[in-house]
Design a protein around this ligand. Structure first.
Ligand SMILES: [Zn+2]
Length: 376
């Protein structure tokens, strides 16, 4: 993992802007001997989390479950419910069923959940593909959807008749991107991810399990597949060609293992922000001072998110316990200096200043997904 160089002036500026002492740097022996904190929110923690008016901009909830709505209410948490078409997942194969399920959840949530639409890229070669995709997207917009997702089967799975992979900058998608921008909505781009599926199996990797769960996407064992870099170049063409389109790159913009590359992208493309969904281990494993400086510098471009899932056949009570643990552990990492544990590594929380926390958890979601709170 590449390190981000820490500019001292930046760290001092960060410490100065919040009128609080900078987070105390732990000694490694302090962290090593501390007992890691885990589990749901304590009675003391919950009001602090709820006071942020937190928003999670990356979830997949397709079950109309009272336990979900109860959790959101108790945590004062709003979410974005993201749809996608995955032909390998029986629950996500059929977009019309998935949209119905998602809208049911959105409507039953009492305004706590907003909708992210999508399109079926497998139909890319059909006549009027973009027109038909935009018809569904427009219907979702008229019902309050705030975003549209493009998923990584574009670039990694779908091929034309000659065997060439369809890339995100393929002209067939351009009318969809133009339509999203024209409606002042947001494109969620989850492309070319994670790194580990282009690499030999590495049990130490944060995403080691991914290729065993999704062997169909294990690019390392396939021949003639696009490199991760070439898919991201195609994604960047979309950013360049659509400067008025807000793009939120899911999972740290698929640059989870290279914060230097991520910083360069954020510097280069003002219409680009990233969510933190399911990539917290990469954030947590950065040197503490470096990641504090990185967050300070890009505090307007990083959006809190989890990738939490609630499938139609999941046990909702159990899933909500997991969701709460994720919210609690992530919040502890950002907001406190508690010691947490990840895969046998102990890390100390960042104790970020309140204004920065508010941006990560609330302001940036509202800014990058206009209308995300409109139904509440
Ligand atoms: Zn996701």
């Amino acid at each position: 993992m590449k390190r981000t160089v820490l500019p001292l002036a930046l760290l001092l500026a960060f410490a100065g802007c919040n009128k609080q002492p900078p987070p105390k740097a732990p000694t490694s022996s302090d962290t090593a001997s501390a007992t890691p904190v885990s589990g749901p929110f304590t009675a003391q923690e919950l009001p602090q989390f709820a006071a942020l008016d937190p928003i999670d901009t990356h979830t997949h909830a397709f079950q109309n479950a009272p336990a979900l709505y109860a959790l959101l209410k108790r945590l004062n948490l709003h979410t974005l419910d993201i749809t996608l078409v995955d032909d390998y997942d029986p629950e996500l194969k059929d977009l019309s069923k998935e949209r119905k399920d998602a809208w049911k959840v959105v409507h039953a949530s009492d305004g706590y959940i907003a909708m992210c639409s999508t399109f079926d890229p497998f139909k890319y070669s059909r006549p009027n593909f973009a027109r038909n995709a935009n018809r569904i997207i427009d219907e979702d917009f008229s019902r309050g959807a705030v975003a549209v997702k493009i998923w990584k089967n574009v670039g990694m799975e779908i091929k034309d008749a000659k065997g060439n992979y369809i890339m995100p900058d393929n002209p067939v998608f351009e009318p969809i991107f133009k339509n999203i921008a024209a409606h002042n909505k947001t494109l969620v781009a989850h492309l070319a991810d994670p790194n580990t599926i282009w690499e030999a199996p590495n049990p130490n990797s944060a995403d080691y399990d991914y290729y065993t769960q999704h062997p169909e996407l294990y690019m390392y064992l396939k021949h003639g597949v696009p490199s991760k870099a070439s898919i991201l170049v195609a994604r960047d063409h979309v950013l360049e060609a659509n400067p008025n389109l807000r793009v939120v790159g899911a999972h740290l913009g698929s640059m989870e293992a290279d914060f230097h590359q991520l910083a360069q992208h954020l510097d280069k493309y003002p219409n680009f922000a990233v969510d933190l969904a399911a990539r917290m281990p990469y954030v947590e494993m950065q040197p503490r001072a470096d990641i504090i400086a990185f967050i300070a510098k890009y505090q307007d471009r990083l959006i809190y998110a989890t990738d939490n899932e609630l499938n139609p056949d999941s046990n909702a009570q159990d899933a909500m316990k997991e969701w709460e643990s994720v919210y609690a552990n992530d919040w502890r990492f950002f907001a406190t200096d508690d010691v947490l544990e990840y895969k046998g590594h102990k890390v100390q929380g960042l104790a970020l200043p309140q204004p920065v926390l508010r941006k990560l958890y609330h302001d940036n979601a509202v800014k990058w997904f206009p209308g995300i709170l409109a139904t509440h």
